[in-house]
Design a protein around this ligand. Structure first.
Ligand code: OAD
Length: 273
């Protein structure tokens, strides 16, 4: 047993004893790479390392609101590849669904825009999509919503739609994804204190480099175990006595936790659908 294996057993015991029943989960792109969606910052495979073909001033520009207003084409080239519908939830997504089914999920904070949490069956009222999602879209100027079916056609063609409001606004349409330079949704701000109510925090597949999301794990009370499932150590994870680092791919780490909980068969059966 490695130290983290023994600690996972202790974490599982907290859940089995009913001492952890307000679990707060925080996720990022790393929980969806096994579904075939690239993350942003991994060397070689990350999106930001593969954007040279888009001729951007710097990779993050593809998600910057000012750049988008001046040149939406790169974003729409990318949107075609990232658009939900082509991907299935991972074991890690499914584990969050199990937590919800068992009444243990207080809240999931996700940075992901792939909608795979919803697809996995996590109830909508338990998900904070901190960076928005591809589920809806609107005009960046007059904020008028744009129809889903039309949007799908534009994304398929890799074209930027224009506002169709009758008064001929003509503004650019953008999915309700939070770009750099934009506010996070109101639901993020109104729930930002929820991690302080957690009795267990699970952080999965994020570099914890983008604020304010990256500040969420620090809001856990001292003494509340924080478990990191990630390829690498990130943020301040590992600096508290009760932190548990499960380094490696998150599906493997989650399967180990499921083993310790006695949930493994249920996890695999639910995942296979
Ligand atoms: P990043 O790409 O910054 O970080 C992904 C993290 O997951 C890295 O630490 C990887 O090592 C890790 N990882 C990758 N695959 C993994 C796997 N199979 N198992 C475990 N860990 C794995 O992605 P985010 O942290 O989500 O914002 O990025 C945060 C925000 O930056 C995104 O929401 C996006 C981006 O710019 C917007 O688009 C507004």
């Amino acid at each position: 047993d490695t130290l983290s294996d023994r600690s996972l057993r202790a974490v599982a015991q907290l859940i089995k004893d009913g001492r952890a029943k307000q679990v707060v989960v925080m996720t990022g792109a790393g929980i969806s790479t096994a579904a075939g969606i690239p993350d942003f910052r991994s060397p070689k495979t990350g999106l930001y390392h593969n954007l040279a073909r888009l001729n951007l001033p710097h990779p993050e520009a593809v998600f910057e609101i000012d750049f988008f207003r001046s040149n939406p084409a790169p974003f729409y080239l990318l949107a075609k590849e990232l658009y939900p519908g082509n991907f299935s939830p991972t074991v890690s997504h499914t584990f969050i669904t199990l937590l919800a089914k068992k009444g243990l999920l207080r809240m999931l904070f996700t940075q992901n825009i792939d909608c795979l949490e919803r697809a996995a069956g996590v109830p909508a009222d338990r998900i904070i999509e901190a960076h928005g999602s591809f589920a809806t879209q609107r005009c960046v100027d007059c904020r008028t919503p744009f129809p889903d079916d039309l949007m799908r056609e534009y994304v398929k063609r890799g074209e930027a739609p224009r506002c169709t409001r009758r008064e001929a606004c003509g503004g650019l349409v953008k999915p309700d994804i939070v770009f750099f330079g934009e506010q996070l949704p109101e639901t993020f701000h109104s729930n930002v204190a929820v991690p302080g109510l957690a009795d267990l925090v699970l952080v999965m597949g994020t570099s914890l480099l983008v604020h304010p999301f990256a500040g969420l794990p620090c809001r856990a009370r001292e003494g509340v175990p924080r478990v990191l499932f990630n390829l690498e150590r990130v943020g301040d994870m590992g600096t508290r006595a009760d932190d548990v680092l499960v380094l490696g791919d998150c599906d493997s780490g989650i399967r180990k936790l499921a083993d310790e909980l006695g949930w493994r068969d249920e996890l695999e059966a639910t995942w296979r659908g």
